[in-house]
Design a protein around this ligand. Structure first.
Ligand code: AMP
Length: 382
């Protein structure tokens, strides 16, 4: 079975094709090819539907006579869905209702679903959600201290995101440590342009830093993370409208607001050459992250491991050092030599010293692999 995976980001569309043995779909499958269209909206690629057109051309020349049998879409916000679903018109209508809750991600995902339906009307499509892994959050964690009627009316609750990545790297980390996933307790930080931390207890999500939308929690590339909600009321009274607040918090905040740039490489270089704003941005982001890791170490019942992933977690040795040094009161100790060597690796590595109270693992994420497997699991039960 040949499966196409589409993973739309705010300005990119990653894709992969996976081959599964039709006689044994549970077997792990193999990646046939992968690619990405970047800078969507900034170039002649005006939106994700146009990006998909160029991918279709590429695929038809690469795959020749081989036919796609399923398509798996990464959808960030799944609302009430607690696991992957086969896409039909009802599902699409529901996902469209969720668009305002994850404007950077759900809007392009829905565009891709429509475009894929036009291109491959006969092929089964599956939506795999970042929210699903967090279905196990206990009520005292998912509930906000807001009036219940209001929350019920609008579906306001903590959903949590990055679940596809967190589950994938968590399971890899558990395997590496020889701990069954159902017994794994840990703190998993997905640090990319979007960033979140999750507390895992017994292989289940028990707390996570993103909430009703992917805005809450850590300082991110262009997102603010936690702010006093009173600031929003204040700014509304100053005359800012909802659209302006949305742009402010989703696109003009975070590292970009603090350092003038949202690329960790640029910020790290600027900080090393004495740029005070860049230094402050790194310190602010690390401080917020450490606050969450410390809290979640308690929440998960004492972490077997701290797991780092995402573009920054996998590649930025200086940022890892800054964060892990702040965790010294927990007995965490980095191995500075190994840490420096862990940049852009395919395999997972331990970057803590042997005497560290908690092992720290860098585990490369592979959302496409997880989506391909989830897609096959859904399609094969039809
Ligand atoms: P992601 O959203 O997971 O693709 O991660 C994007 C973030 O990873 C950006 O802040 C990049 O600057 C950062 N990143 C990617 N490669 C590196 C690298 N080699 N060193 C430091 N940061 C990196």
């Amino acid at each position: 079975m040949l499966v196409l995976v589409l993973n739309p980001g705010s300005s990119s569309l990653k894709y992969a094709v996976w081959q599964f043995d039709s006689g044994n779909l549970k077997a792990s499958g193999q990646e046939v090819l992968r690619g990405a269209v970047e800078r969507i909206g900034e170039s002649e690629v005006t939106d994700h539907a146009v990006a998909l057109e160029s991918i279709v051309k590429e695929l038809s020349s690469l795959l020749g006579e081989r036919k796609l049998e399923a398509i798996g879409h990464r959808v960030v916000h799944g609302g009430r869905f607690t696991g992957p679903v086969l896409i039909d018109s009802e599902v699409i209508r529901y996902l469209e209702l969720l668009n305002p809750l994850a404007p950077l991600h759900n809007v392009p995902a829905v565009l891709c679903i429509h475009a894929a339906t036009r291109t491959w009307p006969q092929v089964s499509q599956v939506a795999v959600f970042d929210t699903s892994f967090h279905r196990t959050l206990p009520e005292h964690v998912w509930r906000y201290a807001l009036p219940q009627g209001l929350c019920r009316q609008y579906g306001i609750r903590r959903y949590g995101f990055h679940g596809i990545s967190v589950e994938h790297v968590g399971q890899r980390a558990a395997r590496m440590l020889g701990i069954p996933w159902e017994k794994f307790d840990g703190v998993i930080a997905h640090l990319g342009n979007g960033a979140s931390v999750t507390a895992v207890h017994g292989g289940q999500s028990v707390d996570t830093s993103m909430g009703f939308t992917p805005l809450e929690g850590l300082v991110m590339g262009t997102r603010s993370g936690d702010v006093d909600p009173g600031i929003l009321i204040f700014l509304l009274r100053q005359g800012l409208c909802a659209e302006e607040l949305d742009n402010l918090l989703n696109r003009d905040s975070g590292l970009k607001a603090l350092a003038g740039d949202n690329d960790m490489r640029t910020i790290t270089t600027s900080a090393a050459t004495g740029d005070k704003d860049a230094q402050l941005a790194l310190e602010t982001a690390a401080h917020r992250l450490v606050r969450y890791i410390g809290g979640y170490h308690v929440t998960c019942g004492g972490a077997n491991a701290i797991v780092l992933t995402g573009g920054i977690g996998e590649n930025s040795a200086p940022f890892r050092t800054r964060v892990l040094e702040k965790l010294a009161p927990l007995g965490v100790k980095i191995d500075p030599v190994v840490n420096e060597t862990v940049v852009g690796l395919k395999e997972a590595r331990v970057v803590s010293a042997p005497e560290s109270s908690i092992p720290v693992l860098v585990v490369p994420t592979d959302e496409q692999a997880a989506i391909a497997k989830a897609t096959v699991a859904v399609v094969s039960t039809q």
